[in-house]
Write a protein that binds this ligand. Structure first.
Ligand SMILES: Nc1ncnc2c1ncn2[C@@H]1O[C@H](COP(=O)(O)OP(=O)(O)OP(=O)(O)O)[C@@H](O)[C@H]1O
Length: 226
């Protein structure tokens, strides 16, 4: 689903955020991306989303070489990728329903189909009863679930998350990771950047560790000594 082939990323200020990075995330695989602050985790995710571009090497998503992609194709790429952020970036002047519906409204989907999809996504994250509320009245964990529902509402084959449990306590964090596992179990490829080694040490998934933009380790959590 994702292939990095000898990818380096140098920002305009000269900082090399990723150095000769190669790895693959198979279709239907779930992996964690970890490493110290500034190791390059967010940069890697931005390259997948085409927010940033590699200075050297090639990135493939779902078989497509991103460096050969025309600008007009970028929206189609982004539709394949659900993204969850730490601060969930919800709109507090809209209901939970409207927040989750947003990607479908932008796509121009029929209102009836939007309703069906949004309710299915809210049901999956356990928030169907709160669809009419304003997200400001929800707890931090619930707000993060709204963010996840919005990320999966158009059924993307790939889900990326950048520190999705950063503001949550350990129990809520486990629930959120469990939700990602459930999406993975139905075939969604999942890549989650996180600092939270204590949390991921309990889950048996592949872990890619970055250090100063290089891939330091790649293996299953138990094998790499976490
Ligand atoms: N737009 C930019 N311009 C210049 N340097 C940048 C830019 N974005 C990130 N960097 C630098 O690139 C390096 C990697 O940053 P990145 O955000 O990818 O790391 P990270 O592993 O996600 O860190 P954190 O866990 O703190 O979010 C850092 O040294 C950062 O300061």
């Amino acid at each position: 689903m994702i292939t990095f082939d000898s990818v380096s990323k140098r920002y305009p200020n000269g900082h090399e955020a990723l150095v000769n990075l190669s790895f693959q995330l198979a279709r239907g695989e779930m992996a964690f991306l970890t490493g110290h602050s500034g190791a390059g985790k967010s940069t890697l995710l931005k390259l997948v989303m085409q927010i940033e571009h590699p200075s050297r090497g090639q990135v493939f998503v779902d078989g497509q070489n991103l460096s050969r992609m025309r600008i007009g194709q970028i929206p189609y790429l982004r539709r394949k990728i659900g993204v969850v952020f730490q601060d969930h970036q919800l709109l507090f002047d809209r209901s939970v329903f409207d927040n989750v519906a947003l990607p479908l409204v932008i796509e121009g989907m029929e209102p009836k189909e939007i309703k069906r999809r949004v309710q299915a996504a809210l049901d999956k994250v356990g928030l169907l009863s709160k669809e009419r509320l304003n997200p400001i009245s929800l707890s931090g964990g619930e707000q993060q679930r709204v963010g996840i529902a919005r990320a999966v509402v158009n059924k993307p084959p790939l889900l990326l998350a950048d520190e999705p449990t950063g503001n949550l306590d350990p129990m809520l964090s486990r629930d959120i990771m469990h939700l990602f596992e459930q999406f993975n179990q139905v075939g969604v490829s999942v890549l989650i950047a996180t600092h939270d080694l204590a949390l991921i040490s309990r889950l048996r998934h592949r872990m890619l560790t970055l250090g100063q933009g290089r891939l330091l380790q790649d293996g299953f959590v138990g094998e790499v000594g976490v």
